[in-house]
Design a protein around this ligand. Structure first.
Ligand code: NAP
Length: 220
């Protein structure tokens, strides 16, 4: 049985990905800060109490999983905060850098020893992190943090190639979750289904790519 570890698995896209991989017969390690009744009602192995912005919590997670091999790591947890030019709150910029860019790298690095050779890593980014696609401005912290995430994920794709580990940088679509006040145009389960297709297509030739969940290649 294959094993996936998913962060931010208690709700939204992370929960839908958890359901999707469970339905495909995978063992899922569902990592979250606080579990949810929905997540508890699944067969996932829930590991709660993991704030990905907390270095000690990441170290503890790695320790707890010392004997566990992982075939797929999905760095999904993220936050979307707003800033107003002229009155930017740099605390929210820093917070987004920490959660959206640094934490996925830190979680990945902490779990490198758990990843099987040939494992896959997916980073749930946003097309708002695309500089080429930015036609509406604003959202300084979110855009900058997701662009930084993309840069780090690209480096990982190169550094891990020798181990046969592949990396996908994936925009989930505009998805009906709390992050966007449920205003998206696809459901979380539809997004998860598309994301899992993209992950299935990932290989050593296309590793490090930046894709929309619909399969379209996105510009950096
Ligand atoms: N929805 C969209 O349209 C959309 C579009 C582009 C990209 N994305 C990306 O998709 C990913 C999932 O978002 P979503 O739409 O599912 O949003 P969501 O419903 O708001 O869920 C966010 C998840 O991230 C977790 N999280 C946030 N900060 C965390 C931290 N410090 N430590 C651990 N977990 C943390 C949340 O846990 P708690 O319950 O503990 O807060 C929750 O599980 C994010 O990376 C987001 O940027 C979403």
């Amino acid at each position: 049985m294959k094993t996936a570890l998913i962060t931010g698995a208690n709700r939204g896209i992370g929960f839908a990905l958890t359901q999707n991989y469970l339905a495909q017969g995978w063992h899922v390690i569902a990592v979250c800060r606080t579990t949810s009744p929905e997540l508890d009602s699944t067969k996932a192995q829930v590991i709660a109490g993991v704030d990905v912005a907390d270095e000690a919590a990441i170290a503890q997670l790695a320790q707890q999983l010392a004997e566990t091999k992982i075939d797929l790591l999905i760095n999904n947890a993220g936050i979307f905060l707003h800033e107003q030019l002229g009155d930017i709150d740099y605390k929210t910029v820093t917070q987004q850098f920490l959660v959206n860019a640094q934490a996925p790298l830190q979680v990945t690095e902490a779990l490198l020893g758990n990843l099987n050779d040939g494992a896959k890593i997916a980073f749930i980014t946003s097309r708002m992190g695309s500089i080429a696609d930015n036609t509406s401005g604003g959202y300084y912290g979110y855009r900058m943090s997701k662009a930084a995430l993309n840069a780090g994920a690209k480096s990982l794709s190169l550094d891990l190639k020798a181990r046969g580990i592949t990396v996908a940088i994936l925009h989930p679509g505009y998805v009906q979750t709390a992050m966007v006040n449920f205003g998206g145009d696809i459901s979380a389960s539809e997004s998860a289904q598309r994301l899992s297709k993209r992950i299935a297509e990932l290989n050593l030739q296309n590793t490090g790519g930046f894709w929309h969940s619909n399969g379209e290649t996105l510009l950096w």
